[in-house]
Design a protein around this ligand. Structure first.
Ligand SMILES: *[C@@H]1O[C@H](CO)[C@@H](O)[C@H](O)[C@H]1NC(C)=O
Ligand SMILES: *[C@@H]1O[C@H](CO)[C@@H](O)[C@H](O)[C@H]1NC(C)=O
Ligand SMILES: *[C@@H]1O[C@H](CO)[C@@H](O)[C@H](O)[C@H]1NC(C)=O
Ligand SMILES: *[C@@H]1O[C@H](CO)[C@@H](O)[C@H](O)[C@H]1NC(C)=O
Ligand SMILES: *[C@@H]1O[C@H](CO)[C@@H](O)[C@H](O)[C@H]1NC(C)=O
Length: 547
């Protein structure tokens, strides 16, 4: 059923109807309809704003003050490395003004939870001018801060001084009891099958050992299991420098998706968690700055706005601004949101599992120049997806292969991985939200991702992907594709074999090991998986600021 809104806002019409899609899993969703809207709004805000840089001591604050928004300040702080005290740089939005105002002006949309998380299309343009460049500068500042926390240690975790990670033993209502509700979470499907094997889901025998039907939203389960086995784990809080809060906030959001409950009900567990944390001595000591959350859904799901029924307000709570949040998609204006790779289906156990897979995909016969696994958006013909599907299907010589996710095929990880292993380039247009699990499926298949929006990967994963994105991807601005009739397939065909080879080798040998979440009992000597990279950087960050 479509809920019609007042005329003034009719272009932000919304759908409340759950609909089967790719992974037979669709959810009602509140989010910026597309990033162009966000950038456009940012321009508006910029126009109403003055922009200033304030330097106090070792901390640089970049602030907007917006007249429109009652002179509230929107600041980004970046500490320099010489900070002597425990002063982990934090981000502050006073009274949630800017980010909230951006979100509330956007529409609610439906989202399919799978390879085709889609971002719709607004009729307003995205002029890439100076103002946008300034907005992007702020994001780049965040990414620089994130990169500054990267650990140089390529091998073992840096906990050799005996101090390490403390994992809270939370009351079960914050995690285990949520898992216990898995059978009731989705009206049409048993979510419990995705929770087996400590969050990896059911094995996929067809793809071999180490492959599982892993759900896109399972990282909070996977990380929790893995952190309990981490070599730096300590059992005494006083020995800890980093505190892991194993709250399954994503499952908490998910369980209310299809229930008609009040916002108070949706937020109740988040508020209880804050109360619980405030009773902890170590939370109080550094105001949560040395605490970390891993949340399995995208940041927007935890930032419910006043006119949306979607999600919780967990990450909008003032008390939760200080901790680091690892998420599959970060909110671009919050420096303590850190993007980490979406989980793929591959969870290798050893160096050899990785090496065998690398050899297999580097030798694979890539018979398709281009492929696209996804679905169109019904509501927009000029959406980048529809354009790509048209271009792809009209290639008569079979250069481009389209796996239609409106039909059932995309339910099967093996069809997707097989397609990507046989393709040179994989098209990755944004969906309802900018990031895609499919980007990581394509990277671990040795298929070069073609991105149309910088928020899909470049502004997200500072710890796991290099700054120089030409090394592993091709970028085509979606506006240019739309307006200039760029023939994407032809342009990709023009990329030399040598360049393709160089990108593929970089992806397969340099990036791939760090993009997979290894088996729960994995032992790697040569490689660091995505989990190890994240944990090392978290430890590095607290080390740096505490000493
Ligand atoms: C934030 O809101 C509170 C109460 O609404 C107000 O007292 C405070 O001055 C505001 N802070 C800023 C920086 O505007
Ligand atoms: C890493 O740890 C293992 C055992 O804990 C040790 O044998 C190895 O030498 C360490 N490697 C480095 C580079 O510190
Ligand atoms: C949801 O619940 C409220 C209060 O119980 C009720 O008024 C409303 O009609 C319900 N909405 C739907 C869609 O069932
Ligand atoms: C994809 O599948 C849907 C549903 O079966 C169909 O309506 C649509 O035309 C298909 N698209 C293409 C390009 O084949
Ligand atoms: C591909 O290369 C050919 C020959 O150099 C050129 O004519 C054509 O415009 C190129 N196509 C695209 C889309 O860049």
């Amino acid at each position: 059923m479509a809920v019609s809104l007042s005329k003034k806002r009719s272009k932000f019409s919304r759908k409340l109807e759950p609909k089967q899609s790719c992974f037979a899993f669709t959810i009602l969703y509140s989010f910026i309809r597309r990033i162009s809207a966000l950038i456009f709004l940012l321009i508006l805000i910029y126009i109403w704003s003055s922009f200033s840089t304030i330097i106090t001591g070792n901390i640089i604050h970049v602030c907007f003050s917006t007249r429109k928004l009652n002179d509230n300040f929107y600041c980004v702080s970046a500490a320099t490395h010489t900070n002597p005290s425990f002063d982990i740089p934090t981000y502050s939005i006073n009274n949630n003004t800017v980010s909230t105002s951006i979100i509330t002006t956007t529409e609610k949309i439906e989202v399919s939870n799978n390879v085709t998380q889609e971002l719709g299309n607004l009729s307003i343009g995205t002029p890439y001018n100076e103002e946008v460049a300034n907005a992007v500068k702020i994001i780049e500042e965040h990414l620089k801060v994130h990169r500054s926390w990267r650990s140089e240690n390529k091998n073992n975790a840096t906990c050799d001084d005996g101090k390490g990670i403390y994992v809270y033993d939370l009351p079960s209502k914050f995690n285990k009891d949520l898992v216990g509700q898995c059978s009731d979470m989705l009206p049409w499907q048993d979510f419990c099958r995705y929770i087996s094997n400590e969050g990896f889901g059911e094995p996929i025998s067809k793809l071999g050992k180490g492959w599982y039907k892993t759900h896109q939203y399972s990282l909070e389960l996977i990380f929790h299991s893995k952190v309990l086995k981490h070599p730096c784990r300590v059992y005494n809080e006083n020995d800890a420098k980093l505190f892991y809060v194993p709250f399954y906030g994503g499952l908490d959001v998910l369980r209310w998706h299809f229930q008609n409950v009040s916002n108070d009900v949706k937020d109740s567990l988040s508020l209880e968690l804050v109360k619980w944390l405030e009773r902890q001595v170590n939370w109080k000591r550094n105001l949560g700055k040395d605490h970390v959350f891993v949340l399995g859904k995208i940041s927007w799901d935890f930032r419910r706005t006043s006119d949306s029924p979607w999600g919780t307000r967990l990450l909008e709570l003032e008390k939760l601004q200080n901790p680091i949040k690892l998420l599959i998609e970060r909110q671009p204006w919050h420096v303590n949101d850190i993007g980490i790779p979406h989980p793929t289906y591959f969870h290798p156990k050893s160096d050899n599992d990785i090496i065998d897979w690398q050899l297999k995909i580097i030798r694979s016969n890539r018979r398709n120049l281009v492929s696209f696994a996804g679905a169109a958006r019904d509501h927009a013909d000029d959406h980048i997806r529809s354009i790509l599907i048209n271009q792809c299907s009209s290639e008569s010589d079979g250069k481009c292969k389209f796996l239609n996710c409106s039909s059932a095929k995309c339910n099967e990880p093996e069809s997707i991985i097989e397609l990507f292993v046989e393709s040179e380039f994989c098209l990755q247009p944004p969906g309802d939200s900018p990031t895609r699990k499919s980007v990581f499926d394509s990277l671990i298949s040795g298929c070069i991702p073609v991105l149309f929006d910088p928020f899909t990967a470049y502004y997200q994963y500072a710890w796991h992907l290099p700054e120089d994105y030409d090394k592993y991807s091709v970028f085509m601005d979606k506006k240019e594709v739309r307006e200039m009739n760029v023939n994407v397939v032809e342009r990709l065909g023009n990329i030399s074999l040598r360049d393709r080879e160089n990108m593929r080798r970089y992806i397969v040998y340099e990036l791939l090991p760090g993009l997979v979440y290894g088996d729960h009992n994995a032992e790697f000597d040569k490689f660091q998986d995505a989990f190890a990279i994240a944990m090392n950087n978290l430890i590095e960050r607290v080390n740096r600021f505490k000493d």
